[in-house]
Ligand binder design. Structure first.
Ligand code: NIG
Ligand code: FE
Length: 411
């Protein structure tokens, strides 16, 4: 099966095949070609270049991208899209002045979603998550990470992970599953946080590993949630069972999450709204990828993570949606592109690297996706007609994805 995309106004996000992530200044270094074509065979990019070098190409499917920009599909490395119900009541409370922590302290927030999830059938959860995932695919994502974490009992955490397993089979996107049992202390363990940590380590993790339903282990390491010591215990245990750490840190306070993540070899530490200069220095001396979530800052009215400082310090910043019912109920990566430019002062090209190659790296998948290179997967976005690449984040809120192509097929 051969796909040809021709007459592309700008083909963006071109990188050498061996590049696995872009650090610091390199985030602005992906090449682009104005007036380009691209060929994919059986889902893999086999050729691309300027139109005047295309010659005769016979293809099964031809897309005429006249006036359109083509770029690597988004890799959303952090989401929580398996959930029941919604939380617009808390949205009202936050508008009226309550903080995220106050909502959580009165038993709302994550526990509110856990109550609803416990009542929902697997089928209901699957259907709702499938709709959300399709919306994310139609707005340009081809790779998604999805977390558990609204179960908070072994049974409900496994239910969530089974739903993610069904999504992996039902959707054309690549989906990675993360176990987040330590998202909050389950209601049955109220006031007994260290017993809950033992429950996560002694019951949940062995069950998750035995059923082979997750690849990563996550902890909400932050003020009012789990401490660095508790996080260390859970990551240590997760690693013993073959789960790779990838954690929530420093959303509400610089609380040692970055350092514990680095110490346990986390693939990424995510959120970082409250990251300090010391956190940035520690990340610079590690292989852990900082992932920023501008949708959570926007929706929850938090500071934006200091992504500009991180890039200036040479870090490989990834950008993800955090799509979840409490702090960021949107999986629209193009909106995050705008927010990263406007609120974090990234150039359109830097932000695109964060949303593609570095997002793929934050899932350990960047060898075969996240950029335009011969040999990488043909996971691509074809925009609607636009004057330039920068028009995409500039025109915030305007839906400009015409096609999402996954594995060389228009989905
Ligand atoms: O990444 N910060 C922790 N977890 C989610 C929010 C979960 C929720 O409020 O439902 C987040 O923002
Ligand atoms: Fe999150």
């Amino acid at each position: 099966m051969r796909l040809l995309i021709k007459n592309i106004r700008t083909l963006a996000g071109i990188l050498p095949a061996e590049t696995l992530c872009l650090r610091g200044k390199e985030m602005a270094s992906a090449r682009s070609i104005d007036g380009a074509y691209l060929v994919a065979d059986d889902g893999i990019i086999t050729r691309f270049g300027p139109m005047d070098e295309m010659g005769e190409v016979v293809a099964d499917e031809v897309v005429d991208a006249e006036g359109r920009v083509v770029f690597p599909a988004f890799c959303d490395s952090h989401s929580h899209i398996v959930y029941a119900g919604s939380r617009e009541g808390e949205f009202r409370d936050k508008i009226a002045g309550m903080t995220y922590e106050e909502v959580a302290a009165r038993g709302g927030g994550i526990l509110n979603s856990a109550d609803r999830l416990a009542e929902a059938s697997e089928e209901e959860l699957f259907e709702a998550a499938e709709r959300r995932a399709w919306r994310m695919i139609r707005t340009g994502a081809a790779t998604l990470e999805i977390k558990s974490g609204y179960g908070l009992t072994t049974e409900s955490e496994l239910k969530m992970l089974r739903v993610i397993g069904r999504l992996q089979k039902a959707l054309p996107a690549t989906i990675k599953a993360t176990f987040l049992g330590a998202h909050a202390v389950g209601r049955a363990y109220k006031g007994r946080q260290s017993d809950y940590v033992d429950y996560v380590c002694n019951e949940m993790i062995p069950a998750v590993a035995e059923q082979g339903v997750a690849e990563f282990v996550d902890v909400f390491c932050d003020r009012g949630f789990f401490t660095p010591e508790e996080t260390a215990k859970i990551l240590e245990c997760g690693k013993r069972y073959g789960l790779r750490p990838k954690i929530h840190a420093n959303e509400l306070a610089s609380s040692g999450g970055v350092q514990v993540g680095i110490e346990y070899g986390a693939l990424s530490v995510d959120h970082l709204e409250e990251a300090t200069e010391q956190d940035v220095r520690d990340l610079a001396a590690s292989n852990t990828i900082p992932t920023v979530l501008p949708g959570a800052s926007f929706f929850s009215n938090l500071p934006f993570a200091p992504a500009r400082m991180m890039i200036d310090a040479g870090l490989p910043v990834a950008i993800a949606s955090d799509c979840n019912p409490g702090s960021s109920p949107s999986g629209n990566m193009k909106m995050l592109w705008s927010l990263a430019c406007i609120k974090m002062r990234l150039s359109p090209e830097e932000a695109l690297s964060g949303l593609t190659i570095n997002g793929a790296a934050a899932l350990g998948l960047s060898a075969d996706r996240g950029a335009i290179s011969v040999g990488r997967r043909a996971d691509l976005v074809v925009s609607k007609p636009v004057p330039s690449l920068a028009y995409l984040p500039y025109s915030f809120g305007e839906e400009l994805v015409e096609h999402t192509i996954i594995g060389g097929k228009i989905v």
